[in-house]
Ligand binder design. Structure first.
Ligand SMILES: Nc1nc2c(ncn2[C@@H]2O[C@H](COP(=O)(O)OP(=O)(O)OP(=O)(O)O)[C@@H](O)[C@H]2O)c(=O)[nH]1
Ligand SMILES: [Mg+2]
Length: 199
């Protein structure tokens, strides 16, 4: 069966890059993932339970994406995703972006090697004058060098964010788990009693 073999070789040649998406409940994390994966918007999306998993194959790597639950009761799960995240997207509403602060701190405490991207969501709502400049300055002080304002509703800013996400993944890929490695493990018993919810 010659046709199956090249496909398997191609798959196993890919590095695995892990990305985790964090932020308070309701800021629009899952809606953003939906925009990324399907290019759609759903105003009736349900609050995430545990974490939702998606993956996308890119040129040279597989991007593994964990969309974590922002609800307080699931926050014990978050460290295991942060620990393994090569890239961490921290989402906060553009109108209240400083809610990202504790996520930035938490992420840095747990894993200071991950690349942090701040995503100001719901950018279809009116912006205060100078909002983005102030946010960039605020983020820079916290060593967050990628900042995007997006609307998953209209799609504004999303392509720029997604292009950066994919470029970062491809740049990081050579240093990430190599071809042939097992897929990323989530569910360290020390972190959350081995609990790991994926959908
Ligand atoms: N106007 C507007 N509403 C949005 C946007 N993104 C998300 N929403 C709405 O915000 C609400 C919450 O979105 P979710 O994607 O479920 O938020 P979440 O961060 O995943 O929440 P948890 O899963 O509880 O952590 C939903 O009603 C979405 O339709 C946006 O860009 N613009
Ligand atoms: Mg969600």
């Amino acid at each position: 069966m010659w046709s199956a073999q090249p496909q398997r070789q191609k798959q196993s040649a890919l590095h695995h890059v892990r990305c985790c998406l964090c932020g308070d409940s309701g800021v629009g994390k899952s809606t953003l993932v939906r925009r990324y994966m399907n290019d759609t918007f759903d105003s009736n999306i349900e609050s995430t339970i545990g974490a939702a998993y998606q993956q996308r194959r890119l040129d040279g790597c597989v991007l593994h994406l964990w969309d974590t639950a922002g609800q307080e009761r699931y926050q014990a799960l978050c460290p295991m995703y942060l620990r393994q995240g090569d890239i961490v997207l921290i989402a906060a509403e553009a109108a209240a972006p400083h809610t990202a602060g504790r996520w930035i701190e938490r992420s840095r405490e747990i894993n200071d090697k991950s690349v942090l991207v701040l995503v100001a969501t719901k950018g279809d709502r009116p912006a205060a004058p100078g909002e983005m400049a102030a946010l960039r300055e605020w983020a820079e002080k916290r060593q967050v060098h990628h900042v995007y304002r997006v609307s998953s509703k209209t799609g504004d800013g999303c392509n720029e964010l997604f292009a950066t996400l994919e470029r970062l993944a491809q740049d990081l890929a050579p240093a990430c788990p190599p071809p042939g490695a097992e897929l990323p493990v989530v569910g360290d018993p020390e972190d959350a009693s081995g609990c790991c919810v994926q959908s």
